[in-house]
Design a protein around this ligand. Structure first.
Ligand code: SF4
Length: 115
C-alpha cells in the first residue's frame, strides 16, 4: 500500500497546537506522526476516518443518539456534582455549549490536562 505524506499538520490534542507534524497515512490510517510527542503520536495513530463505533453507546451497547441523550440527561439529573470533563478535540462552539451546560446543571468543568 502506498504511503501518503502530509507536511505541516497541526496536532490539537493538548493545546500546544504543534504545527510541524509530518503525517504518514496508509489508506485512511495514520501510521506515523513524525515530530509529534508521545501523546500526539498516540492521538494521531488512533484516529482514523474509518467508522469504528456506532453513533452512540449506552453501557457499552449501541444505541440511538436520542436514547443516549435521554440516558445522559438522566445521569446528569441524578448527579450530586456533575462533572463536564474532557473538551479536547472539540470545537470552540462545542466547548462553549459544554460550559453553558455545566452552568445550567450546577456542575464543574475540567479538561483532560488535569491528568
Ligand atoms: S500532544 Fe504533543 S504533539 Fe500534540 S500539540 Fe501537544 S505537545 Fe504538540
Amino acid at each position: 500500500m502506498s504511503v501518503n505524506v502530509v507536511n505541516s499538520a497541526t496536532c490539537t490534542f493538548c493545546g500546544c497546537v504543534c504545527d510541524d507534524i509530518e503525517l504518514h497515512a496508509e489508506g485512511e490510517k495514520i501510521v506515523k506522526a513524525k515530530n509529534a510527542c508521545s501523546l500526539g503520536d498516540a492521538w494521531f495513530r488512533n484516529h482514523t476516518a474509518e467508522r469504528i463505533y456506532p453513533d452512540a453507546l449506552i453501557d457499552g451497547e449501541p444505541a440511538t443518539v436520542e436514547a443516549a441523550i435521554e440516558a445522559a440527561a438522566e445521569h446528569l439529573y441524578k448527579a450530586d456534582l456533575p462533572l463536564v470533563y474532557g473538551l479536547s478535540n472539540i470545537t470552540c462552539e462545542a466547548q462553549r455549549e459544554s460550559v453553558a451546560l455545566a452552568e445550567l446543571i450546577g456542575g464543574v468543568v475540567d479538561s483532560h490536562t488535569s491528568l
